[in-house]
Design a protein around this ligand. Structure first.
Ligand code: 5GP
Length: 233
């Protein structure tokens, strides 16, 4: 069902094609004519979720990509309302208390990140295929509240490659590296909770595999992002 080095593995029982299983399971299909469905992309730290999400944004603008709220300060080049809504703790507290977030989590033990609920609902109501790129804790919350969503695990081609991506920057000390590797081990163990796995050996192929699972037709595009060494997603 997919070519090249990226593979799709279905965790659904029947062993048929990914698209058929999606269709059978939910009877919905976005571009296949029914109401659009929510897709959640999660995976271990450093696997390249952010890079794949950026490639979706560039090559598949018809996919609606959720913009999260975060208490993390913006990095250089990040744009308010495009990459995140950057909020302070008080505003995040308010969003949580008022039920505005579909899910939220403290990620990497530091900052809070959450998905504003209303824009997701609006996108789905408008028939747009919608994508959340969130961490594992958030994916589990969406699984509990929106079981009809489609859950895709982005996996590294191998453990060694994930270690290479995790430690590649050389900016973390030994203790921090070990902490990250332990987190990655736990995150990788969650693969069986997901409906599908996309292996991120090649960003472009991984993106095409993902959008195919969302019911879109993969197509050629001019842009081909490289896997950046400092992509910690
Ligand atoms: P970064 O700070 O590098 O942009 O993102 C760090 C992590 O936060 C990534 O693993 C990303 O998937 C996760 N993340 C981003 N937005 C959300 C969100 O709305 N909810 C949750 N649970 N995780 C998020």
């Amino acid at each position: 069902m997919s070519g090249g080095s990226a593979e799709l593995q279905d965790h659904a029982a029947s062993g048929g094609s990914a698209e058929l299983q999606d269709h059978e399971r939910e009877g919905q299909g976005g571009e296949r004519g029914g109401p659009a469905r929510l897709t959640v992309l999660a995976g271990p730290t450093a696997v390249g979720k952010g890079t794949v999400a950026a490639d979706v944004r560039t090559r598949y603008p018809e996919v609606w990509l959720s913009v999260s709220a975060t208490t993390r300060p913006p990095r250089p080049g990040e744009i308010e309302g495009v990459h995140y809504y950057f909020v302070d703790d008080a505003e995040f507290d308010r969003m949580v208390a008022s039920g505005e977030l579909l899910e939220w989590a403290v990620v990497h033990g530091r900052h809070r990140y959450g998905t504003p609920r209303r824009p997701v609902e609006d996108a789905l109501a408008a028939g747009r295929p919608a994508l959340l790129e969130i961490d594992l804790q958030g994916a589990r919350q969406v699984r509990a509240t929106m079981p009809g969503a489609r859950f895709v695990f982005l996996a590294p081609p191998s453990w060694d490659e994930l270690v290479r991506r995790l430690v590649g920057r050389g900016t973390e000390d030994e203790a921090e590296r070990e902490r990250r590797l332990q987190t990655a081990r736990e995150e990788l163990a969650a693969v069986s909770e997901f409906d599908h796995t996309v292996v991120n050996a090649d960003v472009r192929q991984a993106t095409d595999d993902l959008v195919q699972l969302m019911g879109l037709c993969p197509r050629d595009g001019a842009h081909r992002p490289e896997q950046s060494a400092d992509d910690s997603n």
